[in-house]
Ligand binder design. Structure first.
Ligand SMILES: Cc1ncc(C[n+]2csc(CCOP(=O)(O)OP(=O)(O)O)c2C)c(N)n1
Ligand SMILES: [Mg+2]
Length: 482
């Protein structure tokens, strides 16, 4: 006689087996209430009931808040454990964003950088969530998360150098659009423009952390994305991956009300992004994204769950994009100026937190003035410096794509290419000097550019004008020793 547990197990296995082998709709097992293909725990009901709310009773998911718009703790809320220094640092990082954004937005308007995106209105969501992480948790951002990398220690100078793509742009060496920052030092993966690609990548990063004995139970992968990006298939792929192959992946949705001109009311019919978490069996919370302390608390708890249980967690931060989508957008073409003004006046994440800090005696008007003067000066100096510097050397165009030897198809000459290709299947038999030789040789593309530079660089006006903007004027390519 088999025990009931074993019987349940074998019946369930049989049901699963049927599910995979069935060529027509599976038949429900009779007489075993609750034992159905795909679910062993569903109660049987004779009442025909449709539902479309995760909370039940058609209620929407509540929003977690700690401080009111006047900076006062709301009734029953537990304040997160922060000291004065930590609170002030959060506020200073939040305050840096609009001061830097205002300058860089105008700098773009003057044609000095090609593009820019601001964080206006989302300072609390971005900085509060970053402040909840360990400094070596991996961050995969979308593009509006400058506050997260500034929080980690990247300087305003470094951020502005990236936007200018000058020779001090250590992040992307002038090969990326402004705002597409990245830093191995700060565990911040380089931003890429195609929406939502960072989401399944984050599930992979989370899984890699879980597989690494040194980082398992210690770190998580944090992925930021807008509610618009959550309409991409990649959002679902990432959530499914992180929930079925469990990994410490923290999904952080910035629901700022717009995907460029599309309001969130036209982006989904369900209860925001949070309602999707339950469908994937992922612990989920919705938080007031303009309340930095609520964001901090919720993300701290989300991170704890991620790291301790090795599982995904979803946070949806409700906020409002005050700025235009980017410098390529004029949002007053699709929303009223008064709507934006109302948000600025009625719910400003910066003034909310400032009031809280002042209420504790941790901040004053004099300190506010000092801080603003100091940050503005830093931003202006960084802008002036960035503007005066040359672009990186032209040779940087070809670097950092391959970690090791460049592959055969970009190797310089045909004879060598043929040789390398004919041997590459037996590559393990080659000594390491062989790879060093390959790494040092020029690529076809590099050579082609050098040839063109030699031909036109000093004689054709448009090329002459461009070339002097690069450090070394391309000479490292044209005067290369053979
Ligand atoms: C695959 C892809 N489709 C479209 C775009 C164009 N695009 C850039 S940002 C954006 C809106 C994204 O909105 P959301 O995710 O809510 O982020 P937000 O800008 O509001 O922070 C769109 C459609 C893109 N970059 N990539
Ligand atoms: Mg959005």
């Amino acid at each position: 006689m088999i025990s009931s547990t074993r019987r349940t197990f074998s019946v369930h296995r049989a049901a699963l087996h049927r599910r995979y082998l069935a060529t027509s709709a599976p038949q429900g097992p009779s007489g075993h209430h609750g034992l159905l293909p795909g679910s062993s725990q569903s109660a049987i009901t004779s009442k025909l009931h449709f539902f479309n709310s995760v909370m039940g009773n058609d209620e929407t998911i509540p929003t977690y808040r700690i401080i009111s718009k006047d900076g006062e703790p709301v009734e029953g809320a537990t304040l997160p454990n922060i000291d004065e220094g930590f609170g002030r640092r959060i506020y200073e990082t939040m305050s840096t964003l609009p001061l830097m954004d205002n300058v860089l937005y105008n700098v773009q308007r003057q044609g000095k950088i090609s593009f820019y995106m601001t964080s206006h209105g989302e300072e609390a969501s971005i900085v509060g969530s970053a402040a909840a992480l360990a400094p070596d948790d991996e961050i995969l951002g979308q593009y509006r998360e400058a506050g997260a990398i500034l929080w980690r220690g990247l300087t305003v100078e470094e951020y502005i150098a990236q936007c200018f793509g000058n020779d001090e742009d250590k992040a992307t060496k002038g090969r990326q659009m402004p705002v597409h920052i990245g830093s191995p030092k700060y565990h911040f993966h380089t931003i890429s423009s195609p929406l939502a690609t960072q989401i399944p990548q984050a599930a992979g990063v989370g899984y890699a952390l879980k597989r690494d004995p040194k980082r398992r139970g210690k770190n998580c992968a944090m992925v930021y994305f807008g509610e618009g990006a959550a309409s991409e298939g990649d959002f679902h792929a990432g959530m499914l991956l992180a929930s079925t192959i469990p990994s410490p992946t923290l999904f952080f949705a910035r629901n700022n009300g717009f995907a460029i001109s599309t309001p969130s009311s036209e982006q989904y019919h369900g209860d925001g992004i949070a309602s999707r978490g339950a469908g994937y069996g992922v612990d989920t919370v919705r938080v007031d994204g303009n309340d930095v302390l609520a964001v901090l608390s919720a993300t701290r708890e989300a991170r704890r769950r991620c790291v301790e249980y090795g599982r995904a967690v979803l946070v949806e931060a409700m906020t409002y994009r005050i700025s235009h989508h980017s410098t390529s957008d004029d949002s007053f073409a699709y929303r009223a100026r008064s709507e934006v003004d109302n948000w600025v006046k009625s719910d400003n994440p910066l003034s909310r937190f400032r009031l809280f800090l002042e209420g504790r005696g941790w901040w004053s008007s004099a300190e506010e003035e000092d801080m603003k003067t100091r940050i503005k000066k830093t931003v202006m100096q960084a802008f002036k410096r960035a503007e005066s510097r040359k672009r990186p050397e032209l040779k940087e165009l070809f670097r950092d794509v391959y970690a090791g030897p460049e592959p055969w198809n970009i190797v310089r000459n045909d004879a060598f290419r043929h040789f390398y290709y004919s041997k590459h299947r037996f590559i393990n038999a080659f000594p390491s000097e062989f790879f060093a030789t390959i790494a040092n040789i020029q690529t076809e593309q590099r050579e082609e550019l050098a040839t063109l530079l030699k031909k036109y660089g000093q004689v054709w006006e448009p090329w002459k004008r461009e070339l002097v903007k690069f450090k070394g004027s391309g000479q490292e390519l044209t005067q290369v020793k053979k």
